[in-house]
Design a protein around this ligand. Structure first.
Ligand code: RTP
Ligand code: MG
Length: 145
């Protein structure tokens, strides 16, 4: 019987403006490292409409798009490249489901999200959802990588 080592991947994590504002950047990094992932790059920056229209290309035109962009422009974001075995799916598991009202306890959104129920979901973090998204998003947020 052959044993297979899970693929080492990279993912883009964002601590969104609500998370940075609430002082949760360190807590998110702590959970990433506690899980055994490595930080490959970290940068605090404020997004631009151009960057967001590319990052959220799949959501352009949806009813929540403009409120989402306004929220993402409301303060600095901590952009993180995390690396590890199956980190793309693994970080989404750490983050919990999109809607924090029902995200499982033990997850970032389930444990830490607050003030939901407005027109945009302020759910603290973003994590890439596939290897293709991860490479595309890392190139957008870290053009030098
Ligand atoms: P993310 O991209 O941030 O990791 O989250 P996700 O995959 O779980 O959610 P996605 O469907 O990609 O949506 C991106 C972000 O848009 C906001 N959103 N608001 N009001 C709404 O119905 C709604 N739906 C999505 C959230 O901030 C979500 O994370
Ligand atoms: Mg998404």
């Amino acid at each position: 019987q052959e044993t297979t080592v899970p693929a080492v991947e990279r993912t883009l994590v964002l601590v969104k403006p609500d998370g940075v504002r609430r002082g949760l950047s360190g807590e998110v990094l702590r959970r990433i490292e506690a899980k055994g992932y490595t930080l490959a790059a970290v940068q605090l920056l404020t997004a631009t409409p151009e960057l967001l229209s590319q990052h959220y290309a799949e959501h352009v035109g949806k009813p929540f798009y403009q409120p989402l962009v306004d929220f993402m422009l409301s303060g600095p974001t901590l952009a993180v490249v995390a690396e590890g075995q199956r980190v793309i799916e693994g970080f989404r598991s750490l983050a919990g489901t999109t809607d924090p009202t029902t995200a499982a306890p033990g997850t970032i959104r389930g444990d830490l999200a607050r003030d939901w129920g407005t027109s945009v979901l302020q759910n603290i973090v973003h994590g890439s959802d596939s290897p293709e998204s991860a490479e595309r998003e890392i190139a957008l947020w870290f053009p030098s990588l």
